[in-house]
Write a protein that binds this ligand. Structure first.
Ligand SMILES: *Cc1c(COP(=O)(O)O)cnc(C)c1O
Length: 476
């Protein structure tokens, strides 16, 4: 048996490459990373070609090693080039972010050490780091020091944690689901609906509270509807405000919603996945008034802190409720009994073993300092305002003035011509914008949220939209 073990060991040792091999791999990967980053200013934001990554199919999962110099060109061609380039500063669609470089280094360090960030007992430093980051966000959003939450993979999973916590905090049993009422607007992100469905609450009553002309929740209607629902014997359960809607960047009247939620003892959740980090900017902070009185907040560092994809956070005021909703004690975990020093992420989320996400957030914050992020966020908001002013001079109609860094616009005429215009821009590919439909009308949408978007990129977008209406003969 020992001979066999040793023979296998010789083969298995391939999994631990020596320093020379590691250095070679590192150099080739870094070389490509540098080429990628240096090429970004000239690279298209969208590559509308037949290449949909099929080249990958020629590389089935192999029994034996493939050299890295074959793999890097493959990734470049099949993965990094086709369609949207989310790292580009000319990506102005959906919600960009970009991916600050030390985020990648943080992931690298976390992966090399393979820290265990699930339980304090096993990884006290890793858990402490993550909890510090959560408390930092809780702090600038105005929550007390006792608040915590979780670093999840994104805003959608973070939302699920908030909703299951709220559900269990009020002891909402299955038999009560049909009586529970959730108040939201047509502008909430679809991840809210997904989370309720996954949390077993799709049969609850969803009240779409009407919007005012700036796409904000009508709080008078909210107050009346809660009263009516009570009288009808239903159980008002949760109200959801959005601080920066995906569609138009609107911020619901959070302070008024907080009053109504408090009067009625219902859970107040704020979706600040896109908008939350703008609260770091002094002159934008007042727009968030009332968020500090909510029960839970979702905020996405992979949007507002420009981190690489894979980090959305939930902040929760009632941490014991979050613990009760997510904690489980298994026999094989008896060494890791809840520790009095710090809550463990595994007790506050569905995950047990998890990616040590804190490192990719902590390293950029340490290396750059918060001031650089603050300036970048203020710059993004101003760039969006600038576009809002300038695009009107080119004859475009606009939606409401941007609250943060998202706005909608269209060229006077029908939906079809605007769809054509956007297709033209996307096919050109030098910039990327996306679209939305509001009250049945097609709008082009601009979201300024990549840390690589500066005045030059916005001027280019203005020029390309102006040129496109000429090229397409839209101007009469
Ligand atoms: C992006 C977004 C979400 C969803 O977050 P993911 O990180 O994409 O899962 C939720 N709400 C709003 C307002 C968003 O912009």
């Amino acid at each position: 048996m020992k001979d066999k073990i040793l023979a296998l060991e010789a083969k298995a040792m391939q999994l631990e490459p020596g320093q020379e091999k590691r250095t070679n791999w590192n150099e080739q990967v870094l070389d490509y990373a540098n080429r990628f980053l240096e090429g970004l200013p000239e690279a298209p934001a969208f590559l509308d070609e037949d290449n949909k990554g099929e080249a990958l199919l020629d590389f089935p999962i192999p029994e034996n090693p493939v050299a890295i110099d074959k793999l890097i060109p493959l990734v470049e061609e099949a993965v990094d080039k086709p369609a949207l380039n989310p790292a580009s500063g000319k990506h102005l669609g959906y919600i960009p972010g970009g991916g600050v470089y030390p985020g990648a280094l943080g992931d690298y360090m976390a992966s090399v050490a393979n820290n265990y960030a699930g339980i304090f007992y096993a990884g006290p430093g890793a858990v402490r780091m993550e909890n510090m980051l959560i408390r930092w966000m809780a702090g600038f959003l105005g929550y007390p020091e006792t608040a915590l939450g979780n670093l999840a993979s994104g805003g959608s999973i973070a939302t699920l944690v908030a909703i299951t916590t709220a559900r269990d905090a009020v002891h909402l049993k299955a038999a009560m689901v049909e009586n529970a009422v959730i108040y939201l607007t047509a502008q909430v992100h679809h991840c809210i609906h997904k989370a309720f469905r996954i949390a077993g609450m799709k049969e609850s009553v969803f009240r779409a509270v009407p919007l005012n002309e700036r796409f904000q929740m009508d709080t008078q209607y909210l107050r009346k509807q809660i009263q009516l629902d009570r009288e009808a014997g239903l159980k008002p359960f949760m109200v959801i405000g959005t601080a920066g809607t995906t569609d138009t960047g609107a911020i619901d009247p959070l302070d008024e919603i907080a009053d109504i939620a408090a009067e009625n003892h219902i859970w107040f959740h704020v979706d600040a996945a896109y908008g939350g980090f703008f609260a770091l900017v002094d002159n934008l902070k007042p727009k968030f008034k009332g968020i500090e009185r909510s029960d839970s907040i979702v905020i996405d560092p992979h949007k507002g802190l420009f981190l690489p994809y894979g980090l959305g956070a939930v902040i929760i005021r009632d941490v014991p409720a979050q613990f009760r909703a997510h904690y489980y004690q298994a026999n094989y975990m008896q060494d890791a009994l809840p520790d009095s020093h710090e809550y463990s992420p595994a007790d506050l989320s569905p995950e047990l073993t998890k990616h040590f996400r804190g490192m990719r957030m902590w390293l950029p914050l340490q290396l750059f300092g918060v001031a650089a992020f603050r300036a970048s966020l203020e710059e993004k908001a101003l760039l969006c305002h600038y576009f809002y002013e300038e695009i009107q001079k080119k004859g475009f109609e606009v939606g409401p003035p941007p609250e943060l860094s998202v706005m909608v616009f269209r060229f006077p005429g029908n939906d079809e011509s605007n769809q054509q215009l956007l297709k033209y821009i996307q096919h050109d590919g030098r910039i990327f914008a996306s679209s939305t439909t509001i009250n049945g009308v097609f709008w082009i949408r601009l979201a300024v949220m990549s840390f690589r978007t500066h005045l030059k990129e916005i001027e280019l977008a203005l020029k390309l939209f102006g040129d496109a209406v000429e090229q397409l003969g839209m101007r009469k």
